[in-house]
Ligand binder design. Structure first.
Ligand SMILES: *[C@@H]1O[C@H](CO)[C@@H](O)[C@H](O)[C@H]1NC(C)=O
Ligand SMILES: *[C@@H]1O[C@H](CO)[C@@H](O)[C@H](O)[C@H]1NC(C)=O
Ligand SMILES: *[C@@H]1O[C@H](CO)[C@@H](O)[C@H](O)[C@H]1NC(C)=O
Ligand SMILES: *[C@@H]1O[C@H](CO)[C@@H](O)[C@H](O)[C@H]1NC(C)=O
Length: 358
């Protein structure tokens, strides 16, 4: 099943890589919809992002499980990249710099002395082109593309980036992210930064949702959330979700909540492996995430405080993000899996979200 879906994701990526016609919509911000069965979602090319994802609960009642806003202007204003494709390097880079092939690259710092979310104007804050759009039919999909220029937010070389969203049978969402370095080697780590609440975006906190994370080890961090370089066991720590447990079970042992990168178990960089499963008892909705990436960042919206869709106030722990990705600060950590993408060898990131009810 996972194998079938994985190859399906791959096929979609190949299709999306065809010589597609540039859409007339390039440059303008639009809102697009994908619909299959009882699942529908809205997206925008501003940050190649998810605006909403609507699906039934156990009683068949529809609900939107992705936090966000009613207008694009509010997405632009928000301090977090709700639903967006984040890059060129999504997670933190210590001291806003790295050395590659003998050259020191200085980046704009936007989180204390560190760089996060690809810099102050990362991929989540630019307008992408719409390359393909098929709102319904057997395989609804949309493909967004962006040409990042040499030196953008301090990063080396031109980079062609593509994010595609595809709905598959049985309430599955496949997201693929691809990047091609055109002329220089560069670090690349793209993530989807949806803020999920399976009870519904306006249902309050996610502390009673049950999570299982398929990772025996996690990356401890310093006070500025930069990994110390160690990869340690989750055993006997609040980070242990090898067996399903509620998110709130040990969250009080942490300063604010989870903002933690896990080293996923299972081998192979090419095949999809299970990252996490979330169950919400109240709504009966579940979400499983599979990926080909080595890590997943669990973030529990620790300082969230903003007025969202329909005027609902989003509060701390009002959502969780599960961002499959490489390890934070990899570019300064030779013992972490490399995130350097060289010309001629594209980066490919697959995410498969399986939604269901129980
Ligand atoms: C959609 O939801 C309805 C009501 O819950 C259900 O009867 C139906 O089987 C669902 N359709 C699909 C395609 O999942
Ligand atoms: C965006 O932020 C500015 C400054 O905080 C505020 O004045 C404005 O109303 C906000 N716009 C929207 C659409 O939220
Ligand atoms: C940033 O670096 C400077 C110089 O090393 C240091 O004095 C300052 O405390 C650092 N700021 C933070 C927020 O870590
Ligand atoms: C590294 O630098 C050398 C010499 O400047 C250059 O020939 C080579 O292409 C560079 N390698 C990469 C991966 O950019």
């Amino acid at each position: 099943m996972a194998k079938f879906s994985a190859s399906f994701c791959f096929i979609i990526l190949v299709i999306s890589g065809c010589a597609c016609i540039d859409s007339a919509m390039g440059g303008e911000i639009g809102i697009y919809e994908l619909k299959k069965g009882n699942l529908s979602m809205k997206l925008t090319n501003y940050g190649a992002r998810i605006i909403s994802l609507v699906l039934p609960d156990k009683n068949g009642k529809l609900g939107d499980v992705a936090l966000g806003f009613d207008t694009i202007e509010e997405f632009m204003n928000a301090s977090s990249p709700f639903g967006a494709t984040v890059g060129r390097v999504a997670n933190r880079i210590s001291n806003a710099q790295f050395t590659l092939n003998g050259t020191v690259y200085k980046l704009p710092a936007n989180s204390g002395n560190n760089t996060i979310h690809g810099g102050p104007i990362g991929f989540s804050k630019v307008v992408w082109k719409v390359k393909k759009y098929s709102p319904d039919g057997p395989v609804p999909h949309i493909v967004f593309a962006y040409h990042s220029f040499d030196g953008e937010q301090g990063f080396p070389g031109d980079l062609l980036v593509k994010t595609s969203y595809t709905l598959l049978g049985d309430n599955q969402l496949c997201i693929t992210m691809e990047a091609k370095a055109l002329n220089k080697a560069t670090p690349v780590c793209l993530v989807n930064h949806a803020f999920w609440n399976l009870g519904g975006h306006n249902s309050g906190d996610i502390l009673s949702e049950k999570i299982q994370i398929f990772a025996s080890r996690y990356l401890p961090v310093d006070s500025t959330l930069i990994p110390t370089g160690e990869i340690v066991t989750v055993k006997e720590t609040p980070y242990d979700f090898l067996k399903p447990n509620t998110i709130g079970s040990r969250i009080n042992e942490l300063p604010k909540g989870y903002d933690t990168n896990y080293a996923l178990d299972g081998s192979g960089n090419k095949k999809l492996r299970k990252a996490a499963i979330v169950h919400d008892e109240k709504s009966g909705r579940a979400m499983e995430i599979l990926t080909n990436q080595p890590g997943v960042q669990l973030f529990t919206s620790n300082t969230l405080n903003v007025k969202g869709k329909g005027g609902f106030m989003y509060k701390p722990h009002g959502a969780l993000s599960l961002e499959t990705q490489g390890f934070p600060d990899s570019v300064n950590r030779p013992n972490f899996p490399s995130q350097i993408v060289n010309p001629g060898k594209p980066y490919k990131h697959y995410m498969l979200f399986k939604f269901s009810t129980f």
